[in-house]
Design a protein around this ligand. Structure first.
Ligand code: SF4
Length: 435
């Protein structure tokens, strides 16, 4: 390890009650993948948790990935960096640990504002040889009382794109305090959402009369809500399988619903909470009626562009299934193949039941075979990773970058119109170019 801290250039700084009605055939693919690794999650997680710092223990490649993905952002103080590990034999690994300790000590001394430090593993073999869990425990003991030190893996071998967030949130769950024996029922909203979207949902829960609502992750990572058998949780993201399991291991109860995309998905998601908390149906309807109507009207702006159009998803963000459901059911699109890196059947049971039976589901990736199928079907729109978009565009196929869907506010009633527009835009551009 060089012992240097690299940072962005500008910065000075499965549930058991799975609904098995949906026993459609699923194509399982194994082969070359074209997906970002889990380190990418740091880009949105560090914006969310403002007292947290992500120290990637990795290679120059990891540092480059982070720097180029986050290069457009300017911060007074960066909240992520890479401690670069150089090639070492096993005999040199003890020095690596010492070097990591030194980098962490130096960082924490310089940045007393850091309250949670994540040591993030990556895939170089030197990093795999290091025991980051032990390092986090050792350093955590040393800095106890001032900073919490946790670890998770963002390695491209173990994680794809959005799984980094899952691994990060799962590492927080054991740190959550236990709720008291006489705790009132509480609701936990799980998944990193832009603050503005989180506030909209919190306002709606308040209007519904649901009290004791917590979020994971909180804006301050050190503000961890309590958890226990009186905690009901709603996943805001469909890729949080490990986090969901960790919460269930702490006796929290997962509320099953569609995910909050579009007017229908958001209504169903809120309804799951309302039913668990005994909210009167008339009251529920009166609270959601207006924002739901607004969402429907906003979605209608894109209908002319999208209705009847065929769409394929290549596996990338794990948002594919709920988004295909939204586009199919609320905008009249025809999803052909919906590919996803991992299909969490338990978390997606409602979504799968709402997808038309004609949809071909695929799990995993064999990029060449999938591209062949896209070329044969020639959908009007293909949602895919950055690296696949250009070749498809050059063959006259319209594409949408999956990464844009992860970085844009797309959850909830107020964002439903923008979500539809994200899919309508490339088709409109194509129409303009063809005129
Ligand atoms: S974790 Fe692995 S896949 Fe991700 S940037 Fe580092 S070396 Fe590349």
């Amino acid at each position: 390890m060089s012992g240097t801290l690299t940072s962005p250039p500008i910065a000075v700084g499965c549930s058991t009650n799975v609904v098995e009605r949906n026993e459609r055939p699923i194509l399982r693919e194994r082969g070359q993948r074209e997906v970002f690794c889990g380190l990418t999650g740091i880009i949105w997680l560090h914006r969310k948790m403002q007292d947290a710092f992500f120290l990637v223990v990795g290679s120059r490649t990891c540092a480059h990935l982070l720097q180029s993905a986050a290069g457009v952002m300017i911060f007074a103080e960066p909240r992520f960096a890479t401690a670069i590990i150089e090639e070492r034999d096993l005999a040199g690994m003890a020095d690596c640990q010492d070097e990591l300790d030194r980098v962490v000590d130096q960082l924490l001394e310089r940045r007393p504002d850091i309250k949670t430090l994540f040591l993030v593993g990556s895939c170089p073999s030197e990093v795999i040889k290091m025991d980051l869990a032990k390092a986090a425990q050792r350093l955590g003991r040393e800095h106890a009382g001032t900073v919490r030190i946790l670890n998770y893996s963002g390695s491209g071998i173990e994680t794809t794109f959005t799984e980094g967030e899952d691994a990060c949130l799962a590492s927080l769950v054991p740190e959550m305090p236990a709720e008291s024996a006489d705790a009132q029922p509480s609701l936990l909203m799980v998944g990193s959402l832009p603050d503005i979207v989180e506030d909209q949902f919190l306002r709606l829960f308040e209007e519904l009369g649901i009290k004791n609502v917590g979020v994971l992750p909180a804006r301050k990572a050190c503000d961890l809500p309590a958890v226990g058998p009186n905690t009901h949780f709603l996943l805001a993201q469909p890729f949080l399988g490990e986090t969901s399991r960790a919460l269930e291991d702490r006796s929290a109860i997962r509320l099953e619903a569609l995910f909050p995309f579009g007017a229908e998905g958001t209504t169903a998601w809120l309804k799951a909470a309302a039913e668990a908390f005994g909210v009167d149906e008339m009251h529920f309807n009166s609270v959601v009626a207006k924002p739901r109507e607004r969402a429907k009207r906003a979605i209608e702006h894109s209908r002319a562009q999208l209705e009847g159009k065929r769409i394929s998803f290549l596996p990338d963000s794990q948002l594919e299934v709920p988004l295909a459901r939204f586009l199919g059911n609320e905008l009249g699109m025809e999803p052909l193949e919906v590919g996803t890196p991992y299909l969490h059947r338990g978390l997606l049971s409602h979504e799968l039941n709402a997808l038309p039976q004609s949809v071909q589901l695929s799990e995993g990736q064999h990029v060449d075979k999938q591209l062949d199928r896209v070329r044969e079907a020639r959908p009007d729109l293909t949602v895919c990773g950055l690296g696949l978009a250009n070749p498809l565009e050059s063959e006259g196929l319209s594409t949408k970058w999956a990464i844009e869907l992860v970085f844009s506010p797309i959850h909830g009633f107020e964002q439903a119109g923008d979500l539809a527009e994200l899919f309508a835009r490339p088709l409109r551009r194509r129409d303009v170019l063809e005129v």
